[in-house]
Design a protein around this ligand. Sequence first.
Ligand SMILES: Cc1ncc(COP(=O)(O)O)c(C=O)c1O
Length: 439
Amino acid sequence: MNDIAQAGDNRLKDALAQVTERYQAANPISLARWERARDVMPGGNTRTVLHYDPFPVAMVKGEGAYVTDMDGHTYVDFLGEYSAGLYGHSNPIIQNALKEAIDGGTVLGAPNRWEAGLAELVCQRFPSIDQVRFTNSGTEANLMALGAARAFTGRDRIMVFDGAYHGGVLYFAHGGTPVNVPFDVVFAPYNETQGMLDVIAAHKDDLAAVLIEPMMGAGGCIVAETGFLTALRQATSEHGIVLIFDEVMTSRSSSGGLQQRLDVTPDMTTLGKYLGGGASFGGFGGNRDIMAQFDPTSPSALPHAGTFNNNVMSMAAGSAGLGQVFTPEKADALFEQGEAFKNDMNTLFRRHGANMQVTGAGSILGLHMTSAEIRTPYELGATSNEKQTLVHLEMMIRGYVYAQRGYMSLSLPISPQDQDGFVDALGDVISTYGDLLTA
Ligand SMILES: Cc1ncc(COP(=O)(O)O)c(C=O)c1O
């Protein structure tokens, strides 16, 4: 590092230390809660992604697009529960559906009056889904879809993309993690058509499935290029490989998910997040031949278990939400609202000469500390975690919450005025730090 770079680095560290001190002083009750929790939960945490530096504030209330923390600060919620909070915090249709479900008893141990209705809505919406099964999470949905593909093809191997996230046991950054399920996995590069085709060619007779997010979510909100997806669709069809789109995050991108917007139809699709109306949810579906493997009236049926797969809260809130609130028109409008927000932020960065950019599609966006083009998760290696933390804590202090790594998702109650307020606050942070964020 030369002298100028070293001086910049020292200033960044000083700025970070100062904002951390201000954040800590403003959140004594959240800090005390976190310290107490550390005694009985590793890192005071039971869901890794909810930890951020120096400690996370704990929320006590949500209303509309706002959340309030233990120390009494109210924030505009641009995190949106990592996309599960699409309906916001107090939609009356969702609340009434949940109340009705609870009043009718929550553990009926039988099919209930909501699940087939939710399945009908899902099958009508998503081009690739003739039939669907529900699970408790997106992770489970992906595990079941992979199992279905392996049984259907009689092959074992799975192809995934470097940097992809499909759940806590299906995390494929940096070669995977020791807690991953031990599938026979091969890696391909995202958005690199020839590299991807080479991996398929090398394993074509062994591959049961290719699992892909049409936009990498946790990997940095990087949208798959259409030519890349079309080539993937063609190659998988040619070799009898089941193509699975993980639309756990992106299913909100149009009335029929990102697959409809990008005009590429997979064999199977996995779902999650907001489709349970804010209660726990996952789903996997696909063409009739693959899904028929689970028909319990068949003597050779595959098992699909899960005590809470059709729990009344997720089924009732999910069907009320998809049927009455998140109509196809609302889905398109939210996508456009998100695109406008992304453009406003990128315009702001250009105006200030900030070394920052926002990527993503529609209402799911990623803020990055680089203005260089990002097409694959590798290119994110060049971005600065310290700058992310600095900007994140400054935005929290100004009343805006999103994920420290830069992830944002919009909920339906977020207004254009809320978005303008966010852009103004971001402009204020950039002006405050000048060349620390523009150099
Ligand atoms: C693309 C994608 N797939 C799967 C999952 C896992 O879903 P869940 O957290 O419900 O298990 C997530 C969660 O963030 C996700 O973003």
